[in-house]
Design a binder for this molecule. Structure first.
Ligand code: FE
Length: 337
């Protein structure tokens, strides 16, 4: 009998231990690939003892959260592009975070003014130009892409892609709708081919002589440079940080949101703070050749080799307001042909 009781007691104790251990966790839904985020999560767990459970998917996480409703296990959502961060907010799936650490480390242009999303890494929407066929100083701004000298020389991906929509929205935010429409129409008239493929496919097309100039996200240069097959594509082009003489280069972000129903809110905020810190910022940015959102954190050696530049600091929350108009404009000017 005594043995039996102590057995029960042991079982009860171990259940308690398990419950306590499993309470020290945080659940992440991520559109970002595991290789990008796992190293930081592991470092966080090592420092805090809080386990990070990750669900990774290429699409459908927002729909999944909607159907899970208040019972969703998700505490944090990780995604890329202001359009997707804004979509999670618009779906009512986020909650505001008021936090001095986050507000101190993440610049205002890279976070929602009400704390519904925070940028963690940033990327420049750069222009790349053929080293052989484009003279230095021939292209200095997004506006130059609409000039008659660019006739039949530009390649881009679909104008409807989030990266393009954000760029167009940033032009609206810095000028007005009519100016932007004239510009976009001019870029469309200068296209060498119907928009197609991803950002890297445009660089390949420059290498193959199909076009001379393209618009891509900066980290793809890093991805190509470190890929045996694609390194020659990257080597065919020169990086141009647009609009250095005026508003600066358009930036987009990857970021995170605290979910409306977060069951492990306290741990989630600890993870958010950790990710804004020096070590995680450096790890995260370096992993994908991006810029840390936190401006005090050093860039990777490769990214540093591209040189410093002036960023467009128009808040992404402002740019997001023009996304619908920008997306409509893509159709209105027949950008995708
Ligand atoms: Fe991308």
């Amino acid at each position: 009998m005594k043995l039996y009781l102590s057995g029960l007691l042991a079982a009860a104790l171990s259940v308690t231990t398990f419950t306590q251990a499993s309470a020290q966790e945080v659940n992440v839904y991520s559109y970002r690939q595991p290789f990008l985020i796992k190293p930081m999560f592991d470092a966080f767990t090592e420092q805090t003892g809080i386990k990070v459970n990750t669900v990774f998917a290429k699409k459908g996480l927002v729909e999944r959260m909607k159907s899970e409703g208040a019972n969703s296990p998700a505490d944090l959502v990780f995604t890329v592009d202001i359009g997707r961060l804004d979509a999670v907010l618009a779906a009512g799936l986020t909650q505001a975070v008021t936090n001095d650490v986050l507000d101190d480390k993440i610049p205002a242009e890279f976070r929602d003014p009400n704390g519904h999303w925070f940028g963690l890494t940033s990327r420049a929407r750069i222009i790349v130009a053929s080293k052989d066929r484009v003279a230095a100083d021939e292209v200095n701004s997004y506006e130059d892409l609409a000039s008659p000298a660019m006739q039949g020389r530009i390649c881009t991906r679909s104008g409807k892609h989030g990266y393009m929509v954000a760029l167009i929205a940033s032009v609206i935010a810095n000028s007005d709708v009519e100016t932007t429409r004239t510009w976009l129409s001019g870029v469309k008239d200068n296209l060498a081919r119907k928009p197609q493929g991803n950002d890297r496919a445009q660089v390949k097309a420059i290498k193959e002589g199909e076009c001379d100039v393209a618009i891509i996200n900066s980290y793809y240069m890093g991805a190509m440079m470190t890929n045996e097959e694609q390194a020659p594509w990257a080597d065919a082009v020169r990086i141009i940080f647009p609009n250095q003489a005026d508003r600066g280069t358009h930036m987009n972000i990857s970021g995170m949101s605290l979910t409306a129903s977060a069951p492990n809110k306290e741990n989630a905020i600890k993870l958010m703070e950790y990710l804004a810190g020096d070590k995680a910022q450096r790890m995260y940015a370096e992993q994908n050749h991006e810029y840390p959102a936190n401006p005090t954190v050093a860039w990777s050696a490769l990214v540093e080799s591209w040189g410093g530049f002036k960023k467009d600091v128009t808040p992404l929350s402002e740019i997001a307001k023009h996304r619908t108009t920008a997306a409509k404009m893509v159709d209105e000017v027949g950008y995708d042909g």
